[in-house]
Ligand binder design. Structure first.
Ligand code: GTP
Ligand code: MG
Length: 203
């Protein structure tokens, strides 16, 4: 898929505030600071489209972007990171509530890309989050981020260990992608996956 244009659409704090669900939609989620916004900007070739920062917790709403608005358009969504320690319990509850409601009820959602920092061992919070998506019957794929920080050998070992851990929960593993916002690794594979899924969308 060639990306010709990407535009910010809106930021919502609930399902009602989201744009009309007439386009196929892909959500990006993961722990705070995992590299969601960086990955989105790399995918769509637009630095600064999704705001990135070294301080976790920057993304605070359901942010919609429309990709290729003039032909075969689709929505890309940047969601707040989960598991961010430095916010109050009340704020966290509120976020978790609206994210869950969005994921469960958004009818045009084609895939939830769960981002995992390739450098870290499997974390309970991520495994649990994915398990819940599976229980709700929601389509997910795993995107390993920051792969440039590991050597080829390290990456291979880390990914084998992760897949091993996942197989405790999953009979069949979800699709796995290996990416880097720095080197643009994995970009073509992700866009191809989205392109294929777009063809299955029925408005
Ligand atoms: P929140 O919205 O705050 O939850 O963060 P986020 O998940 O959107 O992460 P963001 O894209 O803002 O990136 C967090 C930090 O990781 C920044 O300092 C990025 O420069 C860095 N980073 C993101 N992706 C990569 C990558 O592929 N490689 C490397 N080396 N650094 C990355
Ligand atoms: Mg972000």
């Amino acid at each position: 898929m060639i990306i010709t244009d990407a535009e910010y659409v809106s930021s919502a704090v609930d399902l009602k505030g989201c744009p009309k669900p007439h386009l196929p939609e892909y959500a990006f989620i993961g722990r705070s600071n995992v590299g969601k916004s960086s990955l989105i900007n790399m995918l769509v070739n637009k630095k600064g489209l999704a705001k990135t920062s070294a301080t976790p917790g920057k993304t605070r709403a359901i942010n919609h972007f429309v990709i290729n608005p003039k032909s075969k358009a689709w929505y890309l969504v940047d969601l707040p990171g989960y598991g961010y320690a430095k916010i109050s319990k009340d704020v966290r509850k509120l976020w978790e509530g609206f994210i869950r409601s969005y994921l469960r009820n958004r009818e045009n959602l084609m895939c939830i890309f769960v981002l995992i920092d390739a450098r870290h061992e499997a974390q309970k919070i991520d495994l649990e989050f994915m398990r819940n998506l599976g229980k709700m019957g929601l389509p997910l794929a795993i995107v390993f981020t920051k792969c440039d920080k590991l050597s080829e050998g390290q990456l291979e070992r880390a990914m084998a260990a992760y897949a091993n851990k996942l197989s405790e929960d999953w009979n069949e593993l979800p699709p796995l992608f290996y990416t880097s916002a720095e080197t643009r690794m994995g970009r073509e594979e992700l866009l191809q996956y989205i392109d294929d899924a777009n063809k299955l969308f029925q408005a």
